[in-house]
Design a protein around this ligand. Structure first.
Ligand SMILES: Cc1cc2nc3c(=O)[nH]c(=O)nc-3n(C[C@H](O)[C@H](O)[C@H](O)COP(=O)(O)O)c2cc1C
Length: 214
């Protein structure tokens, strides 16, 4: 799993903790923080097309890519920054290029996975907006990635909206109401959002449970 938030008590991290609370205790978990791992940016050499692996040396990709290939479930828990992932997460995703062969055809790029991936992909996203619109580029990107890795039917996502403060997803109804009041959001919405947040964290846990069942 990969954490994208630079905030320890970030809402996406709390969603991840809830997901993990449902995961079978026998599961082996590799926990990476995109803000702490050492990854260089893809240098666009395209040699992975032929070599089937990334040629960049001197960072953590070798180790992390092996874990990615071995994993049964891959989780990205992250905030949305400017309609996409924060840069450290994107850095890792660009390196996914080394898992696929890409050829230029007359009209488009033709992607072929080096291997069929037998894995679940989970996105746990947190964003400031009340609408899901800003998550669309990420969802589309993952539909594309899972499509070309031939596991399109195994993409799951859960999204927390209207999240501004660290730990907001755990706020009780009164604190949320006070916060909304300061922002000028109708206080009545706090009751609904409080229940939605609770329900969402429960769904994170249930997803962890269902995916890690043998
Ligand atoms: C640089 C930056 C860009 C952001 N861009 C968006 C955005 O495009 N859409 C949105 O709804 N929220 C945006 N936000 C708000 C975050 O997505 C939101 O606060 C999120 O809940 C943070 O997740 P975290 O609590 O896991 O750190 C942005 C925040 C930052 C710091």
């Amino acid at each position: 799993m990969l954490r994208g938030s630079p905030r320890i008590k970030g809402n996406s991290n709390i969603m991840l903790e809830n997901f993990l609370s449902g995961v079978s205790p026998e599961a082996v978990i590799y926990d990476y923080d995109a803000n702490k791992i050492n990854l260089k940016a893809c240098k666009g050499c395209l040699r992975c097309n032929v070599l089937k692996k990334c040629v960049i040396r001197g960072d953590d990709w070798d180790k992390i890519s092996k874990k990615i290939l071995d994993a049964d479930i891959i989780v990205f828990a992250s905030p949305v920054y400017f309609l996409h992932f924060p840069a450290p997460v994107k850095l890792l995703l660009d390196r996914f290029r080394s898992f696929v062969n890409v050829n230029l055809t007359e009209n488009a790029l033709d992607y072929q996975a080096f291997d069929k991936w037998n894995k679940d992909f989970v996105l746990l996203l947190s964003l400031g907006s009340s609408s899901l619109k800003d998550t669309e580029p990420i969802i589309e990107l993952f539909q594309h990635i899972t499509n070309l890795l031939l596991c399109r039917d195994r993409l799951y996502y859960l999204i927390a909206r209207r999240m501004i403060l660290s730990g907001q997803i755990l706020m009780n109804e009164q604190s949320l109401s006070n916060f909304y009041d300061k922002l000028g959001i109708n206080k009545n919405e706090a009751s609904q959002d409080y229940l939605k947040n609770k329900d969402l964290l429960q769904k994170c846990k249930e997803l962890g449970e269902s995916l890690s069942k043998v």
